[in-house]
Ligand binder design. Structure first.
Ligand code: DON
Length: 331
């Protein structure tokens, strides 16, 4: 049985975990990702190879961080979680459900597949679903919609200076053919109304918002804390929507590796191709890992290894017994 956690214990464990995983080899890395450069093979990776950070923020507000925790990276698909929350807050659960489902697709994040029975994307964590939830964000024009979206991200992170990385945004726009095709097809099927180009730009803007590993862990801790940022006390999401967001993260957040993740790690999570993973331990805290080496599913290889180990060693799995649960308990 793990020993109960205290702050010093946790900081030491994190440091040890960081050092060990920093040295781990590249097996399982199918590609690296860098803004402006896109995906490239492991043998071409330069300094990205060693970029690595881990951060844990407990719901009572204490922070544990190691590695490059202040290095910014784009949220990419992790933004889908928060924008889904905003769509739920703007329209309510039933309306959002009519337009985007909550079933895992079992397909890659950028697959052009839909829930044909219900004429909607499978879930808001894949690109097709995220295009819908982005479209649902209220605002009189694209500028206001993006401002609302960015404000919401800032409240989750407790960081007023979150902003877009223009280089990432431009690179995303240059390489958006697949998302564009998905969006046009959805419009022709009646899944999204409105101007495809402006929805696409809004979606890629949200993907291009930069965070640090620490920001991401605070965002995760906000979800773990019932939607209230544990550092600022500000509410980011009404409580009744937090459960809906976490449920979809749990079943769909890691794309077509979501089942394996639920089996191994057992907490709601979301990844992005920039190499970030955010995991939420409800009532206890948030975990964020950043490392840009990706597996064939587009998930961070080190991120998965680290989260799996933290979960195993500290009894975080949703089906762990109380006796196994040592790290993030309310002590
Ligand atoms: O839509 C895209 O292609 C990217 N901008 C975001 C993809 C992403 O992060 C998926 N993650 N694993």
């Amino acid at each position: 049985m793990p020993t109960p956690a205290n702050g010093q214990h946790l900081a030491e464990r994190l440091e040890e975990l960081y050092r060990r995983h920093l040295l781990a080899g590249e097996e399982g890395v199918a590609s690296y990702y860098e803004s402006g450069r896109g995906y490239y093979k492991p043998e071409l990776a330069a300094e990205e190879r060693d970029r690595f950070s881990i951060c844990i923020v407990r719901t009572r507000g204490d922070v544990y961080q190691t590695g490059d925790h202040d290095r910014p990276f784009a949220l990419q698909s992790i933004s889908k979680v928060f924008v889904y929350g905003l769509a739920l807050a703007d329209h309510g659960r039933d309306y959002v459900l009519e337009h985007v489902g909550v079933e895992p697709s079992g397909d890659a994040f950028n697959s052009i597949v839909f829930d044909e029975r219900n004429n909607r994307p499978h879930n808001p964590m894949v690109n097709a679903g995220a295009l819908v939830t982005t479209e649902l964000v209220r605002g009189k024009d694209p500028v206001e919609r993006f401002e609302r979206l960015l404000d919401s991200l800032r409240i989750y992170a407790g960081n007023e200076s979150l902003a877009i990385d223009e280089e990432t945004f431009e690179a995303e726009m240059r390489t958006a053919d697949r998302n564009r095709a998905t969006a046009y097809l959805m419009r022709s099927n009646g899944m999204i109304p409105g101007d495809v180009e402006s929805i696409l730009a809004l979606y890629l803007r949200q993907c291009s918002v930069q965070v640090t590993c620490r920001d991401l862990a605070v965002m995760a801790a906000t979800l773990a804390n019932g939607g209230v940022n544990p550092m600022t006390g500000e509410r980011a999401l009404p409580l009744h929507h937090v459960r809906e967001v976490l449920s979809v993260m749990h079943t769909c957040g890691m794309y077509d590796a979501a089942g394996q993740w639920a089996f191994d790690v057992g907490v709601p999570a979301k990844s992005g191709v920039s190499g970030g993973i955010m995991a939420v331990v409800p009532g206890k805290g948030g975990i964020a890992v950043f490392s840009p080496g990706l597996d064939a599913y587009g998930n961070s290889v080190r991120g998965i290894r680290v989260c799996r180990e933290i979960s195993e060693r500290l009894g975080l799995h949703v089906f762990a017994t109380e006796a196994e649960d040592a790290l993030l308990g309310p002590i």
